[in-house]
Design a protein around this ligand. Structure first.
Ligand code: ADE
Length: 248
């Protein structure tokens, strides 16, 4: 069972999230256990305060180090070798490869900051810092949901065999090919005929070509990071010449 603890001042925020979709399926199948842990229980004063004014002045509040570090120590003492990760916009950008790597760990402790920031010294007590994107969220909780969601669908047995993860966008370093379902014609828009003809080799080739074309058009930097095999280079060349000849 994959164990996740979330250190947060808003444990209830996770209730509905954990009740739906892959996280819920994983939890029901006892492949995943997620427990939000209330940071306030580790506060030292009788008001259970978790934030304070910044030294040096300035706007906003800063999360105090003691509750966070006491919470982290509590989690380390009560979990089997957890990876302790601080959710912060200053962390390294979370990618599908990170989701795969984290899904292979024994357990995970996600530390959520709030307010304008956390006391810098807390950083010495975590193993890793993750950002889910170059934007500032109100707190690490929604970022933690992103990470848990991405991991939950990679835990073996969570997805059915007919919904494997190896066609996913980013799994192979490419964006996903376009998908269609019934009806064949919708508001004048047709399903590409190759998908209706039942030639599976042709469909595979078309999908790969679409994935390459889409990645080239929308996220060209992804292609630079990936080595293309000769057949992929050939498909890309075809797309390039079609574009030059005005076919698409
Ligand atoms: N906390 C606030 N913004 C965040 C982000 N982009 N990623 C992770 N944690 C955050």
């Amino acid at each position: 069972m994959y164990e996740v603890r979330i250190l947060t001042i808003f444990p209830e925020i996770f209730d509905s999230f954990l009740g739906f979709g892959n996280p819920a399926r994983a939890i029901l199948a006892r492949l995943l256990n997620v427990e939000p842990v209330d940071l306030r229980q580790f506060a030292l004063d009788r008001h259970h305060s978790t934030d304070d004014y910044p030294y040096g002045g300035g706007a906003g509040m800063v999360m105090k180090p003691e509750p966070l570090v006491r919470g982290i120590k509590h989690l380390r003492a009560n979990m089997f070798s957890p990876r302790v990760v601080l959710m912060t916009p200053q962390g390294r950008l979370f990618k599908q490869a990170d989701a795969q790597e984290l899904a292979g760990a024994d357990s995970l402790a996600l530390v959520c900051g709030r307010y304008e920031g956390i006391d810098e010294r807390v950083r010495s007590f975590v193993d890793d810092e993750i950002s889910v994107g170059d934007y500032v969220l109100s707190g690490g909780e929604t970022a933690a949901m992103v990470v848990i969601d991405a991991i939950s669908r990679l835990i073996p047995g969570v997805l059915g065999t007919d919904s494997r993860t190896d066609g996913d966008s980013f799994y192979d370093g490419l964006l996903e090919y376009p998908q269609y379902t019934r009806p064949r014609e919708f508001e004048g828009l047709e399903v590409p005929s190759v998908l209706l003809e039942g030639d599976h080799a042709k469909i595979r080739r078309w999908r790969k070509q679409q994935a390459l074309a889409r990645t080239l058009a929308r996220r060209p930097e992804l292609l630079g990071r990936r080595t293309l095999d000769p057949s992929e280079i050939e498909l890309l060349e075809e797309i390039r010449s079609e574009t030059i000849n005005g076919e698409s």
